[in-house]
Design a protein. Structure first.
Length: 94
């Protein structure tokens, strides 16, 4: 399915994006879509989105990642923390 259609269906809460779609968003630096996935996806989507945001490395994603640290699913929290460590570098975030 086309990534743009997938995003629309995801926003309508009809489907979850696939790993391939998340990868597409990551390689095309579509940070807004990844951030939305981190906030609104199921636990697998949230984990993949946090990992993708880590690879993209945009500091604008820090607020969303900070919020994801307190996710109820531990793997999502760990992925968000790892992303923050990479994006933040040597700086102390907390």
């Amino acid at each position: 399915m086309l990534p743009s259609i997938t995003y629309l269906l995801f926003k309508l809460k009809l489907i979850q994006p696939s790993e391939r779609t998340i990868y597409y968003w990551m390689t095309n630096l579509q940070v807004e879509k990844l951030e939305y996935a981190l906030e609104h996806g199921n636990y697998k989507t949230r984990k993949l989105a946090a990992e993708a945001l880590e690879h993209v490395g945009k500091p604008s994603s820090i607020p969303v990642l900070l919020k994801a640290i307190s996710d109820k699913v531990q793997t999502v929290s760990i992925a968000a923390l790892n992303a923050l460590e990479k994006i933040g570098g040597e700086d102390s975030l907390v």
